[in-house]
Design a protein around this ligand. Structure first.
Ligand SMILES: NC(=O)c1ccc[n+]([C@@H]2O[C@H](COP(=O)([O-])OP(=O)(O)OC[C@H]3O[C@@H](n4cnc5c(N)ncnc54)[C@H](O)[C@@H]3O)[C@@H](O)[C@H]2O)c1
Ligand SMILES: [Zn+2]
Ligand SMILES: [Zn+2]
Length: 355
């Protein structure tokens, strides 16, 4: 921090589809904490669904009036006492849930499911997040961002790409697999980009929005992109020699799309549920039991798998930034959320500082 500013701009989400920009004090890192100059902070579908339009989120998705943004990456500008690994100038991604560090889930690296009601606080939900010039983070929540990845790459590792990497690891992807992705928002696009690198032979995508279908085609991440409709299952069967796909991942959270993902998966296939909220209805005997299918739920990822993903992104020369279609300065955060809520975009990013 060259000039050590005392005040900073920060964005809050009052819950009526608006953004409130306030001037607040720059926080001072305490023991084991770092201060990051936020270089990129991306917007997630969860922010729109559970906070921006209305404060619908409960429990881990409960918004407690803090600075928004749970997908930050930045550069360390100050360290509190007792930091063990990072130094000023280091580039870092923030794992977006700060856990107690001591429960069984935290010890496994899954701070997302930390069981401490007192110490589990997600950035942008229960503690200040990345839609500000500076962010106070715990050193234990940081993942090193290598020089060959951009801050916009890093911000997306924090949620979308990390989440999808976890889900794809759980269902296992290889060269024998055709993969169906339902919901082609930023999370679905991340699934296609990573699915390809993990060796999927063919990747099919379904969405309901013309803009999202257009973007998916433009990015050339899919072998075929289909408009959502009542014939999706037979269309997928046509694309797969009448068998269905070996793997499916729902990134929509929509009931119809989830049912398609289940029904278009072939015998012994695996389906991951990533899109949140809503419901799904299917008939267990014909839809999964008699075809020996597995449905898995997957929630975010662990710190260690996120580190592994960062290493793979470098090795694969894969840049999550490719799915960012719009970038805004912090002063225009309001436009950024409105655009993400409209769905007429890919990933939307706010770039608060160049510090
Ligand atoms: N499981 C997790 O850990 C985790 C982490 C991050 C995000 N999420 C969730 O993943 C989902 C996707 O996130 P995103 O940022 O890409 O959000 P998004 O809202 O941009 O994407 C959802 C997509 O689903 C599409 N869709 C809606 N109805 C459809 C239908 N009938 N058929 C096909 N597609 C349909 C929408 O058009 C949109 O493109 C959200 O529900 C988000 O909350 C889950
Ligand atoms: Zn997210
Ligand atoms: Zn914990």
């Amino acid at each position: 921090m060259s000039t050590s500013p005392k005040r900073m701009a920060a964005a809050y989400l009052p819950g009526n589809s608006t953004v409130e920009l306030r001037e607040v004090p720059v926080p001072k890192p305490g023991h084991g904490e770092v201060l990051l100059a936020v270089r990129a902070s991306t917007i997630c579908g969860s922010d729109i669904r559970a906070i921006y339009r209305e404060h619908l989120g409960k429990g881990p998705e409960g918004y407690q009036g803090v600075i928004a943004g749970h997908e930050p990456a930045g550069r360390i500008v100050a360290l509190g006492p007792g930091c063990r690994r990072y130094k000023v100038g280091d580039r870092a991604i923030v794992y977006h849930i700060s856990g107690c560090g001591l429960c069984n889930d935290c010890r496994r690296g899954y701070m997302i499911s930390c069981t401490s009601s007192e110490f589990r606080r997600a950035y942008g939900w229960q503690r200040d997040g990345g839609m500000a010039e500076y962010l106070l983070a715990e050193e234990k929540d940081l993942i090193h961002l290598p020089d060959s990845l951009t801050y916009l790459d890093g911000a997306q590792v924090a949620c979308g790409f990390g989440t999808v990497y976890e889900a794809l690891q759980k269902i296992g992807i290889d060269g024998n697999h055709t993969v169906l992705i339902t919901g082609l928002g930023p999370v679905g696009l991340a699934a296609a980009a990573l699915g390809r690198k993990l060796g999927a032979e063919k990747i099919l995508g379904i969405d309901i929005s013309p803009e999202r279908l257009h973007l998916a085609r433009k990015l050339e991440l899919f072998d075929a992109v289909l408009a959502s409709g009542p014939n999706n299952v037979s269309e997928v069967l046509d694309q797969t020699g009448g068998h269905g796909v070996e793997r499916a991942i729902d990134c929509s959270g929509n009931a119809e799309a989830r049912a398609t993902a289940i029904r278009a998966t072939r015998k012994w296939g695996k389906i991951a549920m990533v899109g949140e909220g809503g419901s799904v209805s299917f008939n267990p005997s014909p839809d999964i039991i008699h075809d020996q299918k597995t449905i898995l739920g997957s929630w975010v990822t662990s710190t260690w798998l996120m580190e592994e993903l960062v290493e793979r992104l470098v090795r694969w020369n894969l840049h999550p930034e490719q799915i960012v279609t719009h970038r805004f300065p912090l002063a225009k955060t309001s436009e950024a959320y409105a655009l993400m809520a409209s769905g007429q975009c890919g990933k939307v990013a706010v770039c608060p500082t160049s510090d």
